[in-house]
Design a protein around this ligand. Structure first.
Ligand SMILES: [Zn+2]
Length: 204
């Protein structure tokens, strides 16, 4: 099941039963499928994918069904970042393994900053809600929240995705986004610091 395909919607899952009932089958049962939460009622941690084995090393920040290569390659308006025009309520995913911080402000709105184990930080803005708590460890492809139009998104739901290096300098995420879309990875250090914004992009 792809990350963008929701299981049939249902009430938020109850905590797993901690002990077997007397007539419980002895065979192990598969874990329940995670349901895609409706906007505004995500649980604290939601996994849309049924993971077998270790988590992936990387993930697109949105379901691959919601973006095109052209959208992933598109420049940002005036500094290195990417605006992914996904509908409100779209799950957004951790691109790498790391630790998260949840914040709120006038510009970013409801935001999540993921400090990756690679030392780079990945900023997600304009969310409808965050599905993680500050300080939580996440793995790549974990759901961080749902997209929306909070902050200065001007009523247009989209995910603002921004990558900063260890020095706090913004890097162009387009090359990484395209690689992840194609199922490959590139080190964040390979992301350029210029070449991805309008209108007259100049190398610094
Ligand atoms: Zn933006």
């Amino acid at each position: 099941m792809g990350p963008g395909e929701a299981a049939p919607s249902r009430a938020p899952a109850a905590p797993p039963r901690s002990s077997a009932t007397p007539d419980a089958p002895t065979r192990p049962q598969p874990p329940p499928r995670a349901a895609l939460p409706a906007a505004g009622r995500a649980g604290p941690r939601v996994h849309l994918t049924e993971r077998v084995g270790p988590p992936p090393a990387f993930s697109l920040p949105v379901p691959d069904t919601t973006v095109s290569k052209a959208a992933l390659a598109a420049p940002h308006h005036d500094y290195p970042a990417s605006d992914l025009m996904v509908p409100g309520g779209t799950p957004v995913f951790a691109v790498r393994t790391g630790r998260v911080r949840v914040h709120a402000g006038e510009r970013c709105g409801v935001g999540v900053t993921l400090v990756g184990d690679d030392g780079f930080s990945y900023l997600y803005c304009h969310l409808a809600l965050a599905a993680v708590k500050t300080g939580s460890r996440v793995a790549a492809a974990d759901v961080l929240g749902l997209s929306g139009d909070s902050g200065n998104a001007r009523g247009v739901p989209h995910l603002h995705f921004q990558v900063r290096d260890r020095a706090g300098r913004s890097r162009c995420p387009q090359r990484m986004l395209l690689a992840w879309y194609g199922g490959a990875d590139v080190p964040s250090t390979a992301a350029p610091v210029a070449g991805c914004w309008f209108p007259r992009d100049r190398a610094a």
